[in-house]
Design a protein around this ligand. Sequence first.
Ligand code: FES
Ligand SMILES: [Fe+2]
Length: 364
Amino acid sequence: MPFLTTTEAGVPIQGPTATLIYDDWYPALRTDTLRAGKLATALLLGIPLVLGRRSDGRIFAMRDSCPHRGIPLSVGWFDGTHVTCKYHGWEFEPCSGQCAVIPSLSSHDHLDATKIYATAYPCEERDGHAWVFIPSPGAGRKSGSAERPVPELAKFGSRYRTAFLTADLPCNVDHGIIGLMDPAHGPFVHQAWWWRTRGSIREKTKRFEPIPEGFRMSAHAPSGNSAPYKLLGVYGQPVETTIDFVLPNRRTEVIRCGDKWFSSLTTVTPVTASTCRIDVVAAWNVFYHVPFVLPIAKFFGARFVRQDQVTMIQQAEGLKHNPSLMLIDDADKPAKWYFALKQVRLDGTGGHPLDGPVELHWRS
Ligand code: FES
Ligand SMILES: [Fe+2]
């Protein structure tokens, strides 16, 4: 089935499932859940994973399935160096997946256990996430992980605070991603006295430019003269905000003002073809010395994500009945770009949807 089949106004999402992008890095879980000698499980792109940390500190991710008879490896044992299957005791080195021992082999056998591999995926730790590279189905043990760098939150100095948020979304990854880049829902979904209200809706003009496999919104506020900026101690200095979206699922935001900065990385990861999970990791050096800022930031951040989550749970109710949908200009233009970029990535048809900088206008 071709990926784009609907009219210009329609949304190229067919039914409850999304086409998935393989050959890229996805966050599986937080690495503080990986304790010595313990195995953890996660689901990425519908693939069951077993993750752990070797005694030398390296983390690993394997398909949670023994290559012998398919029992989950996560119900077996892990001694810090090898994962042992519960059923017949085959032992695997978890970073390579290589089998080391088949206990049932006798002196009459010629089978070389080390020629057998469980499926192990490239797995790297960044910003407290275990990032796993998921190759295309059937791609075998060779993978293209080296061609794509492991995603990492941008930081601008060695002293900063961090926070992390996560929420499961009952919709497919496409709905999660277009919700993430949707400027028009703010005044309705995130309505609050301290943020903004419907009465504060006004016309906005934003400038976008193409970047490889994505697009960038760059904004240069003339100067930070308002009260909040005074509080930040950056009175009179220009504020620069850059928001990038890059395939398959990453939104990065960097705000810089003098030597103060805030940086976040938000990903919407397919858990299955019909469900996804949003993860936000942020770092900042603003208010570094002020007590209680971290819990307050976490409270408001969690509330913000929760508002999106509740809305998407409600949206998923509506989507069950397979309604036809639409994307409008200009507020849904970034969503259209996302679908076009995804199509280029999936089947190589079409080109980058932006051939140069453009301005979009909407009211929010
Ligand atoms: S099923 Fe795992 S060793 Fe047999
Ligand atoms: Fe939102």
